[in-house]
Ligand binder design. Structure first.
Ligand code: DX5
Ligand code: ZN
Length: 228
């Protein structure tokens, strides 16, 4: 198996006035990467932050944490270079937001970042498939993007299963409503990169929640490799 379990807290639901220390806290609790949600008020009905914040975070918390930028923006082409310069590691854009995914994938790679491709609940996985061999990660949204704390959409799991069957070594991320109550479904379907916002940030014991999520996913990966 080429892929491993990775847990990426979404800091959207943390105290945003203390973003730097919250990121450090999450890494200290065993996070594998940080999932940073960029919203522009157009692609989604909410606004968060952009590349200036990412640049400050990178300066404050150092080179090590991997920043997965979830770009919920209408013009993803516009922010590739600024995000790369700010210290982003992966640029995850929405298929719905661009008419030329191939060119955007190329630009992201040329900027030195990994490529993530996200689909909203209403977008079929067949629309993502033509790009799957050119990307580093596919993100199957398990809520409508825009807000933390929403209910997990279990009916997105067939998309994850299908992707896993077609692209056995692709990193597949799930995002939205994922926590101890829903992780088994994600793991069984074949997701290996797990975004969790409120379930981790809102917990009294984020370290245990992160460890639990990773254990469930690792066991499912191991089981799949034994079944082959
Ligand atoms: C929602 C964001 C998510 C969100 C997840 O649009 O993309 O990353 O922060 O938060 P929870 O895990 O609370 O659903
Ligand atoms: Zn997200």
């Amino acid at each position: 198996m080429a892929y491993i379990a990775k847990i990426g807290p979404s800091i959207l639901s943390s105290d945003l006035s203390r973003l730097g220390s919250e990121c450090v806290r999450m890494m200290g609790c065993g996070a594998d990467y940080l999932h940073l949600d960029v919203m522009d008020g157009h692609f989604v009905p909410n606004i968060t932050f952009g590349h200036p914040m990412v640049e400050c975070l990178r300066k404050t918390i150092g080179l090590e944490p991997f920043f997965d930028m979830h770009m919920m923006v209408s013009r993803p082409e516009q922010w590739v270079k600024p995000m790369a310069a700010a210290g982003a590691n992966q640029y995850t854009f929405h298929l719905e937001a661009t008419t030329n995914p191939g060119n955007l994938i190329k630009e992201i790679k040329e900027s030195g970042m990994k490529v993530g491709l996200a689909i909203k609940p209403g977008t079929t996985v067949e629309e993502l498939a033509p790009w799957a061999n050119q990307i580093d990660m596919a993100l199957v949204m398990t809520v409508e993007p825009g807000f933390g704390g929403q209910k997990f959409l279990e009916d997105m799991m067939p998309k994850v299963s299908w992707l896993r069957s077609q692209f056995p070594s692709l990193d597949i991320e799930v995002d939205g409503g994922v926590g101890p109550d829903t992780i088994h479904k994600c793991a069984e379907a074949g997701a290996n990169m797990i975004v969790s916002g409120s379930a981790v940030i809102g917990s009294d014991d984020p370290r245990s929640v992160i460890a639990l999520l990773r254990t469930v996913v690792s066991e499912a990966i191991q089981k799949r490799s034994l079944d082959r």
